[in-house]
Design a protein around this ligand. Structure first.
Ligand SMILES: [Fe+2]
Length: 184
């Protein structure tokens, strides 16, 4: 049982004061998820929007613990009794499985959470990966360049993005096609 409408308040409480830039990003990701949800089946829409609000709570003080924010956020949601699908989507958002490998946390992630490969997954990744750290809109290739320059070439995040790039671009392009914003 989950009150999906509680997601925005929870994200606000965990992020707005502690991590104001992250909060700007999250608000825009949630807006975008709401827009994109129109292409999903009706029962999936609140799940996507809740996952968008909550996808980065793993960065919050008191939530962060393992170094993999997707896993920490998902664990926190599971402990708090949130809908399992929302926790699963958060756990694997935006190719977190690749980062889990870099951080030797892949076994934990795969044991504890289910990787849902679906149009909902694609839509969440699209909303996250076309939104910059201050909530600005980015085309996916610009966003990947921004991440590389923010972390530098040798950082674990940059390494995992290099490997994850084909999957993330594919998820974004599939969502764009569903939205009718891209041909092909
Ligand atoms: Fe994000």
């Amino acid at each position: 049982m989950t009150n999906f409408e509680a997601a925005s308040g929870l994200a606000h409480d965990l992020l707005a004061d502690a991590l104001p830039r992250r909060w700007l990003h999250v608000q825009r990701v949630a807006d975008k998820a709401s827009e994109v949800s129109s292409v999903l089946a009706a029962p999936d829409r609140p799940i996507l929007v809740a996952a968008a609000w909550l996808h980065d709570i793993g960065y919050a003080p008191g939530v962060e613990s393992s170094g993999l924010h997707a896993l920490d956020g998902a664990r926190w949601l599971r402990r708090a009794g949130w809908d399992k699908r929302v926790a699963d989507l958060v756990a694997y958002h935006s190719c977190a499985a690749f980062e889990a490998e870099e951080r030797q946390l892949e076994r934990e992630l795969r044991t504890e959470f289910r990787n849902e490969a679906s149009d909902v997954t694609d839509a969440l990744w699209y909303a996250d990966m076309t939104t910059g750290p201050d909530g600005q809109d980015f085309e996916i290739m610009e966003r990947l360049t921004e991440i590389r320059s923010r972390y530098g070439p040798d950082h674990v995040v940059t390494r995992f993005w290099s490997r994850a790039q084909p999957q993330i671009i594919a998820a974004v392009r599939r969502t764009e096609r569903r939205l009718g914003t891209r041909k092909g």
